[in-house]
Design a protein. Sequence first.
Length: 187
Amino acid sequence: MKIALLAKKGGVGKSTVSLLLWMALRQAGRDAVLLDWDAQGTSTKALELLGGQNAKQGSPTLYDTPPNLEHAATGTAVRSADLCLIVTTPSLADIWEAADAVQFVESRNPGSARVVFNKVRKGTVLGKLLDESARLIPAPALGVNLSERECYKHAIAQGWKSLDGSAREEALELALAVLSLGSLKQK
């Protein structure tokens, strides 16, 4: 399974979500490969701190793409992916950008787009309006939202051990949701 993680703009936590998914897949007993195609190199730096990857042939491959829909790496990842996860926050500005990213994905890989809401703060106005905001994006939500958590910021340097129980549960739910989709399209 090939999974592209993308966003039209930076700051939504795409690299953090990529790393959380990679760690959660490993915790669930699945090897995974994380390829960092973002020039910032956050995933690469984190993998170096976390001890790298030793995945087997045929393991799920995650593409952490640049926050730019016009970058060649983003287009390549989207075209080759079985699943394209558009990472966004509940902020209206990010929702608009996510809608553009869905259109980008659908024009290159129809039916592969799913939306992941990151940095969700329950009990806030944006958190309460999440379902309404999701309707502004022309693709289904993955069904798992990631909360705004300080420990997620630590996980990129300290790994799974830095996550509290609730954060681990969210990350594992994300991995389960991704794995449950299997291949969305026949190649």
